[in-house]
Design a protein around this ligand. Structure first.
Ligand code: GDP
Ligand code: IMO
Ligand code: MG
Length: 433
């Protein structure tokens, strides 16, 4: 099976957990977008792993790929690979020669750009993501393969500095010795990274031709997509399923199954419109119940109710076959539960997601209330699968299925791998290998 796992909201839906859960069905896992802005938490039996650059399939897949669409901080990468190896993860790692390199200079630029944006500052993860993609599209970017050549590194570090001098002139990179030191450090880390570099689009195709099962794991979420998200409060890459074609060099037409990951409520880190956001005590309670603090930045996440119009749009844009619902255990502990079922503007229903910032601000929500389901009886769930779920939780799930006309194939009831159930008739039920 060739499958893709994607976030359908504002990121942090639990993609890492779901990818890890499914990873015993796949030989290969591939990242195709974003970089160290992603933070994917995987909890196995008593051990917690936090992946930023390395795919969340790394614990159980034979081969993992960091595709050309990614932006990679090679120093952070080295640390992450070493941690993975220390904890026994021995997947073969392949990194695209064409992926772009995030340097400390890009992280500096990320901070400077945020200052200049002022009221429109995004609340980025400060991981240098935007500036690195800027360089990629300006055709001045440093690629992973460039880490092997001092001449190219010197040339590119200087070019980037000249292009961005107005932003960097009061940082240490204004000194040529610092730029030279950067270039040397990149060359040095390149000596380590070299062993993993390859033309990964060819490797993926070869695996496909040999009948291997491949899982493409998206980072971020639909509403953070540079084109279709809540621009400008988005990341700098595409986060939709189609992005795997350009971000990994593999045709989307060959993907058999798209799994959309949805948190049972909504969360968002950073600024920008969030139509179903809640505030005050109710929000504090949901944030605490769900430990909603960023994996990458530790920032408190904004929280809100499940937004079905937004999800309807996301399922269409990603061509989703089935949903995985996460953190439904968390939501069930609230005193009351609401779901957004529609948007209204000046008293009239609207059937699109406004992306004009002034328009989003003025919308009203149609909300429907559900009764909480409390803590599930886990023994019953393990024994009976979907049928063992609390009745009120089933009502919530059925309402979502009915609204979106998409089946829920996976329900996640806790952070650990084994707190996950799969619908009996799902294609994901059988081990595809
Ligand atoms: P990702 O970026 O989509 O991979 O999500 P994150 O890892 O950033 O955030 C999701 C958080 O929720 C992590 O701390 C997970 O361990 C946790 N989590 C995932 N699924 C569940 C679930 O079903 N229930 C609970 N309680 N926690 C979950
Ligand atoms: P995962 O893969 C949640 C958000 C940032 C900020 C905006 C731009 O863990 O779901 P960037 O650093 O990309 O320039 O920041 O995007 N953001 C995420 N929010 N989860 C993520 O990834 C995110 N990656 C970026 O908070 O609002
Ligand atoms: Mg995350």
């Amino acid at each position: 099976m060739i499958a893709a796992v994607l976030g359908l909201q504002f990121g942090d839906e639990g993609k890492g957990k779901i990818t890890d859960f499914l990873s015993d069905r796949f030989e290969v896992a591939v990242r195709f977008n974003g970089g160290g802005n992603a933070g994917h938490t995987v909890v196995t039996d008593g051990r917690t792993f936090k992946f930023h650059l390395v795919p969340s399939g790394s614990l159980r897949c034979e081969t993992v790929v960091l595709g050309n669409g990614m932006v990679i901080d090679p120093f952070a990468l080295k640390d992450e690979i070493q941690k993975l190896r220390e904890s026994g993860g021995n997947a073969e790692i392949k990194i695209s020669k064409m992926a772009h390199v995030v340097t400390p200079m890009h992280k500096e630029l990320d901070k400077k750009e945020e200052e200049i944006r002022s009221k429109l500052s995004i609340g980025t993860t400060a991981q240098g993501i935007g500036p690195t993609y800027e360089d990629k599209y300006a055709r001045t970017g440093i690629r992973m393969v460039d880490l092997l050549s001092k001449t190219i590194l010197d040339e590119k570090v200087e070019t980037i500095y000249r292009m961005k001098e107005s932003l960097l002139k009061d940082t240490k990179f204004s000194q040529q010795t610092e730029r030279q030191a950067l270039s040397s450090a990149l060359l040095e880390v390149g000596k380590y990274v070299k062993q993993f570099l390859d033309y990964t689009e060819n490797i993926i195709y070869e695996k496909y031709s040999n009948g291997k099962n491949i899982l493409f794991e998206g980072a971020q979420g639909t509403m953070l997509d540079i084109d279709f998200g809540m621009y400008p409060f988005v990341t700098s890459s595409n986060a939709l399923s189609g992005a795997l074609s350009t971000g990994a060099g593999f045709s989307f037409r060959k993907v058999d199954f798209v799994l959309g990951v949805v948190k049972a409520y909504t969360s968002k880190v950073g600024a920008g419109p969030f139509p179903s956001e809640i505030e005050g005590k109710e929000a504090d309670r949901l944030r605490d119940l769900g430990h909603e603090y960023g994996t990458t930045t530790g920032r408190p996440r904004r929280v809100g109710w499940l937004d079905l119009p937004l999800l309807k749009y996301a399922t269409r844009m990603n061509d989703v076959d089935a949903l995985a619902i996460t953190k439904i255990d968390t939501l069930g502990k609230m005193d009351k539960i609401k779901v957004c079922t529609g948007y209204r503007k000046n008293g009239k229903s609207i059937d699109y997601i406004p992306r004009n910032l002034e328009e989003v601000d003025g919308i009203d929500l149609e909300l429907r209330e559900f009764e909480p389901w409390g803590e599930p009886d886990y023994d019953k769930v393990v024994k009976n699968g979907f049928n063992g779920l609390p009745e009120k939780m089933k009502e919530y799930i059925e309402f979502i299925v009915d609204y979106l006309k998409i089946p829920v194939d996976i329900v996640s009831l806790g952070e650990t791998r084994n707190m996950t159930i799969v619908r009996e008739s799902s294609e994901l039920k059988s081990n595809g290998k």
